[in-house]
Design a protein around this ligand. Structure first.
Ligand code: 2P0
Length: 332
């Protein structure tokens, strides 16, 4: 099944050409997974092998403005800089827009402003595609539900399905071949005291994209067979921890989930390793501080930097140990 089949099915009973506004505008937050998405059952539709669970960063993300242009190609501007038409990012966006053109030949100026720390390993594709589909929904007045937008955003990038919502979010893996049951939904929890800090450890470009790394893991890592079991357990535990606000349970489960994901990568061939010496040193410092009684945990994505998890009452202390920590607002 192709992406275009899914788009066609989604718009089957809708008037896709209803209205055209002058411009479309939307913001989408980026998100950090507490229980990770790692591995697909369908690489075309970005259908995951497992569900995942994240928290959105309300202030950090992408604002996308779309306007029609009288040109032969779409134009993409990122943070006020026009991007080359042959760059990988532009090609991916243009291919995504192609899904919605039908026989019409409109071209767009896609103006994206991202305020996420560039070196922090925060998912730019997640907020980028989520804001793009929301801006398209605004431009063409599709009036799609957030669930439908989540399905469309997933076709651009898996983790983008989670960036349609604020707060805690679960992306259901789903079982259907067309992925119509693979979308994200918000979880009914808030936790104003919960904090995430980004610990920048390296600005080096990553050696392998997460897309390639997760596929290699699925194809070659013997440990990957245990990943779905781990996710099943962790999603249940994380939801329990959120329900009763048990921070040590939440932090410990998120940390263990991230380390297990990285273990499956290390067992791939050729090996996938996002750890740098600085990453390991920071982990050891977190473990040492925890031994001393500080309730501090980390999570790590497809890059060398860590995200620290803690409650607001120890923020000052955490910043003392990690002066470069960039603290992120999660709830108002
Ligand atoms: C996550 N990551 O759950 C996991 C943890 C990276 C590590 O989702 O191929 O950019 O576009 O579906 O969404 C990064 O993967 O991959 C990711 P595609 P995506 O946040």
């Amino acid at each position: 099944m192709k992406k275009s089949d899914v788009v066609q099915a989604l718009f089957a009973n809708k008037n896709q050409k209803a209205t055209r506004r002058e411009s479309g505008l939307a913001f989408a937050p980026t998100n950090i997974a507490l229980c990770k998405y790692w591995g697909k059952r369908d690489t075309e539709l970005n259908l995951p092998n497992t569900s995942s669970l994240s928290i959105s960063l309300p202030d950090k993300g992408a604002l996308t403005k779309l306007t029609f242009i009288d040109e032969t190609q779409d134009k993409v501007v990122l943070n006020d800089k026009p991007l080359a038409a042959d760059s990988a990012f532009v090609k991916r966006l243009v291919q995504f827009l192609d899904l919605f053109r039908n026989e019409e030949n409109w071209k767009l100026n896609v103006n994206i402003t991202m305020n996420i720390p560039v070196a922090a390993g925060l998912a730019s594709s997640a907020c980028g595609f989520a804001s793009l589909v929301s801006a398209l929904n605004d431009l063409f007045a599709w009036q799609l539900s957030t669930k439908e937008l989540s399905i469309l955003a997933r076709l651009g990038s898996g983790s983008a399905s989670r960036s349609l919502w604020m707060g805690f979010v679960e992306w259901h893996a789903g079982l259907q071949r067309d992925g119509m049951d693979s979308f994200a939904e918000p979880l009914p929890f808030t936790w104003p005291e919960l904090k995430i800090g980004i610990l920048p450890l390296s600005t080096k470009e990553k050696s392998i994209s997460s897309r390639e790394a997760m596929q290699r893991t699925v194809n070659t890592s013997l440990l990957y067979a245990n990943w779905p079991k781990k996710v099943l357990q962790d999603t249940v535990i994380i939801k329990q921890a959120l329900q009763v606000k048990n921070f040590s349970l939440l932090g410990g489960t998120a940390e263990s989930n991230a380390l297990t994901m990285h273990a499956t990568m290390l067992a791939s061939w050729p090996p996938v390793c996002y750890f740098l010496p600085e990453t390991i040193a920071a982990m050891q410092q977190v473990w040492a501080l925890r031994q001393e009684g500080l309730d501090l945990f980390f999570t790590q994505d497809a890059g060398p930097n860590l995200k620290l998890l803690y409650l607001s009452d120890i923020e000052k202390e955490v910043k003392k140990y990690f002066p470069s920590l960039e603290t992120i607002k999660l709830f108002d």
